[in-house]
Design a protein around this ligand. Structure first.
Ligand code: GLU
Length: 642
């Protein structure tokens, strides 16, 4: 939202300073006043007040950082009204479902990490659609829990989910547009139950109350900015294929102009149904029927430009959905303690594995280019293991203790070369054998140590970070997978269905192949850390599999390179995911370090956007620094309550 708001602020400033503009304004005002007096006053339309936009905020009390100022402001208001960090996170996320509908919303899923200071939290297995209270009562002493609201494969899904039925050779459907814009790709959404579970178990306010600001926002609308307009433009062909999406986001067949007001009364109605009837309206009631109907019969226009395949999601699939409450992946890096997101997200594990490898080097003492070379090679090894072993832990036997052991890391570290591998573009590191480093040596489901994982993950999604005055912290990444998800708006309900099942691998056998009821492996990596001086740090990002490397860039920038959170987030990023050439932010190649990396034999590939992070640091004295991106994805918004 930032660009547009900045433009408006500049315009307002120009207006105030120009005598000619002032005279014009006065004349217009008098003229309009006279007209209104003669013909009657028009009914004023309430327009959402635009909050001030800043990507860094320092202060105390509580804080929110997200990609969007309206959403951040809503979270701040909840904190000021006495809500805790979970309340504010849910309200902020609901607002992002309105203003960032191509990255997040109730048609998708996500992972939330909650840090609760000086409290024991209950943790357990699941929270079902039937009742948020229903299950789970294994209470353990813990200060961090994670909520897995990942989308789930319908019961009819099989490993050949994306095999092209028209292909004689059994080839998969083309990724774009057929696979990503299909009913086949839609997983059972987890986000509504994630919000309800978070609010009921860890929040202080009912979901019905937390949805109210987003209902107002969906009704009154928001101003279309360049990022939003660009996202519609990038999806124009897909959106135009579905009646419901076309009428909402391509009004009169046109792109919504930058600066126009966009509202979504259907989404306001859907949120209101959730507020009034509870989350079961989504998993059992009229919204469930609409979702199943839409997946099975996508609302395709008369002559779509590509073939749209239906999926087989049923009411039973929606009814069966549960949020999993899982322990965090806990690890140490030097004298920091990290809490990350566990499986089915690979985020926490792959970050911890990479940091374990890096721990053997004193990066702060090394020449920066050498340190970055080691980062690249450590990422490569960790991603090799990710590709070979990680999947939904309820379906595959993942050798986690071995993968996360420091001894395993130290033996793997010995294979890191002093320079970039020859022929880097085609080079793929081979996964290690972690079984020897854990007590249970039974083989995992994969013997395919060279299994590369397909990397079709989109670069969409959104991340928000919240802290409250009691030091409760929430780090939450939510997604509908691709920017624009499946491209299919549920007719009459105003939200886009995810295409998360494209995060499955299609080459069977693989731990991450589609299976009934399985959750596709994710890269989402909301991370909370305790620093050596007792500060609390939280950060996360969207960006498909680059989420993991963005988290690593931020962690290493802070722990090893001594940067503050603002610089750690703004700094140019690099990303190696065991896929050949290393990706870097635009401009990185020309920097001193970029050039030095080339001297290590690395090839670099400049790309437009690596991540769109937010983060918060709270000192032991309660001083807060909340940070969003200065420019990636149009820049974000950070605010504190005091
Ligand atoms: N589907 C991706 C994942 O779960 C997220 C997509 C994104 O961040 O852009 O890892």
């Amino acid at each position: 939202m930032t660009h547009n708001m900045t433009h408006r602020l500049i315009l307002r400033r120009l207006t105030a300073h120009s005598p000619m503009m002032r005279r014009l304004t006065t004349v217009c005002f008098v003229f309009c006043f006279a007209l209104a007096t003669v013909f009657g006053w028009p009914r004023l339309h309430r327009v959402q007040a635009q909050p001030t936009v800043a990507h860094v905020a320092t202060g105390s009390g509580g804080a929110v950082a997200s990609v969007d100022a309206l959403a951040t402001q809503i979270g701040i208001d909840v904190l000021k009204e006495g809500g805790n960090a979970v309340d504010a996170a849910v309200a902020t996320a609901a607002a992002l479902g309105v203003t960032e509908p191509f990255s997040a919303g109730i048609g998708g899923g996500g992972f939330m990490v909650i840090y609760q200071p000086d409290r024991s939290l209950s943790t357990g297995e699941s929270s079902g659609a039937q009742s948020v209270e229903a299950n789970v009562e294994t209470s353990v002493e813990a200060s961090v829990v994670t909520l897995d609201g990942r989308e789930e494969a319908p019961a009819a899904v099989r490993p050949d989910l994306f095999t092209d039925p028209d292909s004689e050779t059994g080839a998969p459907l083309p990724f774009f547009p057929n696979r990503i814009s299909s009913g086949l790709a839609v997983g059972v959404p987890g986000t509504p139950l994630n919000w309800a579970t978070a609010a009921e178990r860890y929040g202080t306010k009912p979901l019905s109350e937390l949805l109210q600001p987003a209902i107002t926002l969906a009704e009154t609308g928001f101003s279309v900015d360049e990022t939003f307009a660009g996202q519609v433009e990038g999806n124009q062909e897909r959106f135009a294929a579905f009646e419901s999406t076309r009428s909402l986001y391509l009004p009169n067949g046109q792109l919504p102009p930058v600066g126009s007001q966009l509202n979504n009364p259907d989404l306001a109605k859907t949120y209101r149904l959730l507020a009034e009837q509870g989350v079961n309206a989504f998993y059992r009631g009229e919204i469930a029927s609409a979702i199943a109907q839409t997946v099975q019969n996508p609302p395709v226009v008369d002559e779509p430009s590509f073939k749209v395949w239906p999926g087989q999601m049923t009411l039973a699939d929606l009814d069966r959905y549960e949020v999993r409450i899982r322990p965090a992946v806990e690890s140490t890096y030097r004298d920091y303690r990290f809490y990350g997101m566990g499986l089915p997200s690979s985020g926490g594990t792959t970050i911890a594995q990479t940091l374990n490898l890096l721990e053997g080097y004193d990066l702060s003492e090394l020449d920066r280019a050498e340190a970055l070379h080691l980062l690249i090679e450590s990422e490569r090894l960790a991603f090799a293991d990710r590709g070979a072993y990680l999947g939904d832990p309820e379906y595959v036997d993942v050798p986690l203790p071995g993968l996360l052991s420091k001894d395993y890391a130290s033996d793997r570290r010995a294979t890191i070369p002093a320079e970039a591998p020859a022929n880097e573009a085609d080079y793929r590191a081979i996964a290690g054998d972690p079984l020897a480093y854990q007590q249970d040596p039974s083989p995992s489901l994969t013997g395919a140590l060279t299994a590369a994982s397909t990397d079709g993950e989109g670069l969409s999604t959104t991340h928000l970070t919240v802290v409250d005055a009691d030091g409760m912290m929430v780090c939450y990444t939510l997604t509908i997978e691709s920017t624009g998800g499946s491209g299919i708006v549920v007719p009459g309900y105003g939200f886009i269905l995810n295409n998360e099942l494209t995060d499955f691998d299609v080459d069977n056998p693989h731990p991450n192949v589609p299976e009934p009821g399985k959750r596709p492996r994710s890269s989402i990596a909301p991370t909370i850390a305790r620093t050596p001086d007792g500060s609390l740090l939280a950060f996360g990002s969207p960006g498909g599999s680059t989420i993991i490397t963005t988290g690593l860039n931020i962690a290493v920038n802070i722990v090893d390179f001594g940067m503050g959170l603002e610089d750690a987030i703004a700094a140019p990023r690099l990303s190696q995911r065991n896929n050949g050439i290393t990706q870097v932010d635009q401009g990185f190649e020309e920097t001193e370090q970029g050039e030095a990396l080339l001297a290590f034999g690395h090839q670099l590939d400049s790309t437009d956007e690596i991540g769109a992070a937010t983060g918060i640091l709270v000192s032991p004295e309660g001083e807060i620094t909340a940070v969003a991106e200065p420019s990636r994805r149009g820049g974000g918004s950070a605010m504190t309550t005091e």
